[in-house]
Design a protein around this ligand. Sequence first.
Ligand SMILES: *[C@@H]1O[C@H](CO)[C@@H](O)[C@H](O)[C@H]1NC(C)=O
Ligand SMILES: *[C@@H]1O[C@H](CO)[C@@H](O)[C@H](O)[C@H]1NC(C)=O
Length: 941
Amino acid sequence: MITTQPQGVTPPIRLLGVALLFSTFFLPALSVDRSNFKTCDQSSFCKRQRKLEPGSSPYRAVLGSAKLSADKLEIQLIDDKNQVSLLLEVFGLNGNMTRIKINEINPLKPRYEVPDVLLGTPIPANLQVTGQDDNTLELSLGGAEHKLLVTGTPFRLDILSGRDLVLSVNSRGLLHFERLRERKDTDTEKTDVPPEGDDGNPGEEEATKEEESKKVDEDEPGMWDETFKTHTDTKPNGPSSVGLDFSLPGFEHVYGIPEHADNLRLRTTESTDPYRLYNLDVFQYELYNTMALYGSVPLLLAHNVQRTLGIFWLNAAETWVDISSNTAGKTLLGKMFQYIHGGGETPQTDVRWMSESGIIDVFVLLGPTPHDVFKQYASLTGTQSLPPYFSLGYHQCRWNYNDEDDVRNVDAGFDEHDLPYDVIWLDIEHADGKRYFTWDPHKFPTPKDMLSNLKDKRRKMVAIVDPHIKIDSGYRIHNEIRSRGFYVKNKDGGDYEGWCWPGSAAYPDFTNPEMRAWWSSMFAYDQYEGSTENLFVWNDMNEPSVFNGPEVTMHKDAIHWGGWEHRDIHNLYGLYVQKATADGLIQRSGGKERPFVLTRAFFAGSQRYGAVWTGDNAAEWDHLKISIPMCLSLSLVGISFCGADVGGFFKNPETELLVRWYQAGAYQPFFRAHAHLDTPRREPWLHGDDNLKLIREVLQQRYALLPFWYTEFYRAWRDAEPVMRPLWVEFPTDVSTFAMDDQYMIGSALLVHPVTEANSRGVQIYLPGVGEVFYDVHSYQKYEAPQSFYLPVTSSSIPVYQRGGTIIPRKNRPRRSSDCMHDDPFTLHVALNLQGEARGELFIDDGHSFNYEQNEFLYREFNYSRGELKSSSLDPRGNFETSSWLERVIIIGASQPTSVTLSLLGGSETPLEFEYDAHTSVITVRKPGVNIAADFTISLR
Ligand SMILES: *[C@@H]1O[C@H](CO)[C@@H](O)[C@H](O)[C@H]1NC(C)=O
Ligand SMILES: *[C@@H]1O[C@H](CO)[C@@H](O)[C@H](O)[C@H]1NC(C)=O
């Protein structure tokens, strides 16, 4: 193995630290080294926050201090234990949302408020006081539907929809806000130092209280310095964490807050650690636990048969989320409202958020439908960017394709074996000594020729550009960043240095807008030598990964632009890297072309910049299985463009697993095979003819459905609809779907249940929906729903069902790449519901530019009703010329017609050829021949 290494010195593993490097190399055992990562107990703020017990909130809201403007309520909150006062701001927001902010009134210095995630200032809605008594203030939240109750002592907020209590804040009294303090000389005994009064004369009683509270506060180890393994984190202003609880009466199912390798439905964390949100490079991650992974989106969704709601906790610091399901300490407001339920105990979920620094800034998204919540969240953070068409094709990656010959041979292998693919990828070995933006002069001497060969086949390449920069005075990128002062600084003011792939490395400060602009400019064709317009980018290691840093990441006391500590911005770093890279790709084209950038780390809003994958998984069946809930969790929080490494990154998949992974991956949004440097080669043709045939079949199925995928992505961009979605999003009242991990929908049309078990002879399929019908997409067999049945499977089975009532556009001609299919004709698959109706959409544009924003697109609707299939425009602004025509219409679940005719608007009827299969009830209409942009009607009589 080592001989495949250029210098034979860099061990070919994704290592965590120098110490681990060699041991991992020799130990085949595959599991995370948990001791590298903190538990809640080892994270002093989490421990402090979690130690607080419910039921004794020291906070009261001073209702007399309330100030109400058109869209904002301000009230002082006082901690009766230490007299620290906070400011509560409640905002009415348009579209069934409210925003709750809590901050110190006069902090020692400003506390971090997350920038660049919200699209702008959310649109305000009127707040009005609708009632008041001694201890309560009642407000309407933008309209009569939603009410907010503010209770003075103890402080709490309750949100009602109609007469239902849907959410309470601080009802368990867990608001805990640590104020910033001056650091005392570490040599003095802190408890002996009398508290410094604020300017002026604090009363004696208050001073004593202050002193008392300081004693209590400062009793804890870890407040001023915190040591983990060999790293000490210094905290210039001491403890700074914030925490708050939310109660959700009537909710038993909560979702979201990725990224975790866990089930879709979140577990209760009473007997485990809370879910952790802290972007980390976790070597060989374990499944089914609450440990942090590469990305974080602090959005939690709750769903029951009546409603869906969301809690968006806008904080980029290390965050932990506790979930409990409790029936004790029920929240009731007595005479203020009547909570209507049929006796007995109402289930309730309690959620507690704890972040290390920043402020409390939380958006409550009130739905009431799942799609309302998606739109509400998207109105704050944006929708999935529309990917270039090619990026929905198949991606062939490994660490590493060794040189230009290797790339040429792999590329040729796809043609030789009749396999479509769009993109070949280069990992870190392509660059000259891991100096990104360069090419290894021996292995990749003529990158432009290589890219041009790919271009001739209408294919693309993706090369990795990581955010750690080799410290090397002969490296232009490093010199420029250093001389411009763009590196993150350590706490003492020097450039922060860490250990990563290139050895000693520094980290550009992506929070600095000037740094980002400079980084973007490096993707210009004359800056990034050897790059061409079919070269795209992959940002890995952007948590950021620091091999010798605490928890394999950056020290929290490192300093960013504006003087902010890394502690404040940590979870945002990866988003900025991808944003700056995507902006660079847009700029290199003069603003014309859509970028493609894959990222490993992410945050709320990352959907605007490209695709995400689930990181360094393993060639194990359980990893295949968990790719489904992992991507579903991401979809629920707005990140639709998600995939997992097909085949598994670490280890060598047995052939059956590899094939099953292709079958599953073809039905996930981002479809890329990837493999560790140490694994044997595994291109599709290396597993025997039978398996090659199976993989070819998978790739052809993927490519045939590209028009459908692309249309779904258009809807994601336009209407915030997740592409891949849990069944409950489509069937919100079917409780049996609420905890389902093994099947899901693509759009509202396809239900997918991949085979994820070894030696599988069958799978248990559940088809939801009262009065609905589904059709097996391969056999057209019809199933009435709801029903659950055992489906026997063979090695070629990919259980996929088209929902009755939908129309799916396909392109069925096998080609080399998606680009080659651009003008190919369409086939429509019309699956009738029990009323004999169906509806579908098709979005078309050039597939690569931003011209669709200038109305250069077609957005078509197909509507089948009473024996007529009508095609019309769904958006009259759209105007795009295409030579694609309609080659075939397949109508599933129909009875036999005597004639089929085509008519264009105002034209005469032309008879069409058709066949009817009585066994499957399928009509195949041949060659309507009409341009896909035309308004037409196909009539069956
Ligand atoms: C707001 O909620 C009401 C009912 O609770 C619903 O009818 C309406 O569609 C929602 N509006 C939005 C924009 O979500
Ligand atoms: C489909 O067409 C029928 C008949 O023209 C019409 O009644 C129905 O509203 C249409 N459905 C949709 C979803 O546009």
